[in-house]
Design a protein around this ligand. Structure first.
Ligand code: BES
Ligand code: MN
Ligand code: ZN
Length: 502
């Protein structure tokens, strides 16, 4: 996925705003009883247009208030948008700033021109420095320009926005820090779009082999990432029978993908992210009902977020070691498919009784979690559309998070707040573990009531040798307010977390 737009930052004095020749100028400003210094400039030049809009209660500066003025007198820009950002003395929350950013981006796209200028005042976000704003805004601008294109659908219009210039009354030092934040935010947006494009691609195209080729393609563009692919033969040889059992019913070959980014000395322990890559989940022999089964093409979103995050990391180039791993298979029913009651051996040596073939995510992830022990990781995070139960518990707002290490858990929670891509912790108490007792194997693949927790309990049995956290993104990968579209989550959370690890 290429960058969709160009984003840059320019220094400006507010008195120059009306002189600027722009195709579209978006001015964000504070709500105030009197006219603000910014709106005052436009009011004077236009001989009272702004005051008139204020007196009619059309222009208020309240958070999200938007007024569009084509051909505003005394202003050189062709289209002007005024966007309110709320009261100056009231600190905004992260989430409020994200939604303001979305409004700015939607005005930029709506303006239907190639080059947009955006003026930003100094906005105070509780607990964040001002460069944070630029990170979020740049990412939102890039992410908002993404549209999924598929050859089957005709007459789709493309966004024509190609260049955004942010304007700010700022000194040289500010320019440097803000530019750095802009760049990071921008590539996080590209990473989100990379993830969304993969997740939106239908399962007849996006197969495990396709995922592997996309990972290879990424390391071709960014040679700092080395990619290795294991096919079924290689996996069989080392004993990844549990992962392989999921693809038994499919004509598509299962793949195990390892993407290694080396930004520090070999001796430095890597952070590892492991994605569930079920390119389609029919449920297998424990087949799912037909309604909404098409959504199970999103069952590889965990792996898409790994690719998207690695894409962002490759551009930011932090001085650390990061490994992205993808466990990919297609879960189909057929005469060769795994059956309920089958017992398989995992790479760890533990045996699993597969009581439900629809609890397949944990079966591919467990072997991946064992595999990554060889890297002697600092921390391991797996990302998976793992359980419908997690959607019941948290809806589409928060990613479910469970961990065997509270420091790691706390870091992930904070990264979630800092990236407006929030997670919420669920308990991983030992008392939930008995639900997985099996009559015929070391462990059963289902059991108990708290589905999101028992799924994590299953995984925890394979993550005993390192600090580990599990992200259940069944609710946040797609759906909810954004509809049947990939959200790009949790690329922001993952990137934020990885960059925070020195
Ligand atoms: N991929 C599904 C989970 C899922 C459900 C993701 C809805 C997104 C939206 C997963 O493989 C699955 O089928 N889980 C089962 C587990 C059950 C059989 C223990 C579930 O949640 O019903
Ligand atoms: Mn399933
Ligand atoms: Zn699944």
């Amino acid at each position: 996925m290429k960058k969709l737009i160009n984003i840059s930052l320019s220094e400006i004095k507010i008195s120059e705003l009306t002189k600027l020749k722009s195709e579209a100028l978006i001015v964000t400003f504070y709500e105030s009883k009197k006219i603000s210094d910014i709106t005052d400039i436009f009011d004077k030049k236009s001989k009272g247009v702004i005051k008139k809009l204020i007196s009619r209660n059309e222009l208020s500066g309240s958070l999200g208030n938007k007024v569009y003025l084509p051909n505003l007198n005394g202003t050189n820009s062709e289209k002007v948008y005024f966007l309110g950002c709320g009261k100056k003395d009231k600190e905004m929350s992260e989430q409020e700033f994200l939604s303001l950013s979305e409004k700015i981006a939607s005005a930029a796209i709506q303006s239907n021109v190639k080059n947009v200028h955006i003026y930003l005042p100094a906005l105070a976000i509780k607990g964040r420095t001002e460069d944070w704003n630029f990170k979020i805004l740049a990412r939102t601008l890039e992410a908002s320009c993404y549209k999924y294109f598929f050859k089957g659908k005709k007459a789709q219009s493309k966004n024509i926005l190609s260049k955004v210039t942010l304007l700010k009354n700022v000194d040289k030092k500010g320019l440097t820090t803000f530019n750095k934040a802009l760049k990071i935010g921008h590539v996080i947006g590209v990473g989100m779009n990379t993830s969304r494009e993969l997740a939106n691609t239908p399962a007849n195209i996006c197969t495990p082999t396709f995922l592997a080729s996309q990972a290879k393609k990424l390391s071709k563009s960014f040679p700092i990432i080395k990619t290795k692919i294991l096919g079924e033969k290689e996996m069989k040889k080392i004993g990844m029978d549990c992962l392989l059992s999921v693809g038994n019913g499919s004509a598509q070959e299962s793949k195990f993908i390892i993407m290694q980014y080396s930004g520090a000395a070999k001796t430095k322990k890597p952070n590892i992210i492991v994605g569930k890559g079920i390119t389609f989940d029919t449920g297998g022999i424990s087949i799912k009902p037909s309604p909404a089964m098409d959504e199970m093409k999103y069952d590889m979103t965990g792996s898409a977020s790994v690719v998207g995050t690695m894409r962002a990391i490759a551009e930011i180039k932090p001085k650390s070691n990061i490994i992205g791993v993808i466990a990919s298979a297609e879960n189909m029913p057929s005469s060769t498919a795994t059956k309920p009651g089958d017992v398989v051996k995992t790479l760890s040596g533990q045996t699993v009784e597969i009581l439900n073939t629809d609890a397949e995510g944990r079966l591919v992830l467990c072997d991946a979690l064992t595999y990554v022990e060889r890297f002697n990781p600092a921390n391991v995070i797996d990302i998976a559309t793992l359980t419908g139960a997690c959607v019941v518990a948290l809806g589409h707002e928060a990613t479910g998070m469970l961990s065997n290490d509270q420091t790691l858990a706390d870091n992930i929670l904070e990264s979630g707040y800092a990236s407006c891509d929030r997670a919420w912790q669920l308990p991983l108490w030992d008392s939930y573990q008995d639900a997985l007792d099996s009559r015929y194997a070391d462990i059963a693949n289902i059991g108990g009531r708290a589905g999101a927790i028992t799924a994590a309990c299953f995984l925890s049995r394979f993550a005993k040798k390192y600090n580990w956290a599990h992200l259940d993104i069944a609710g946040t990968a797609y759906g909810g307010k954004i509809g049947k579209k990939s959200s790009g989550r949790p690329v922001p959370l993952l990137t934020e977390y990885l960059l925070s690890q020195k």
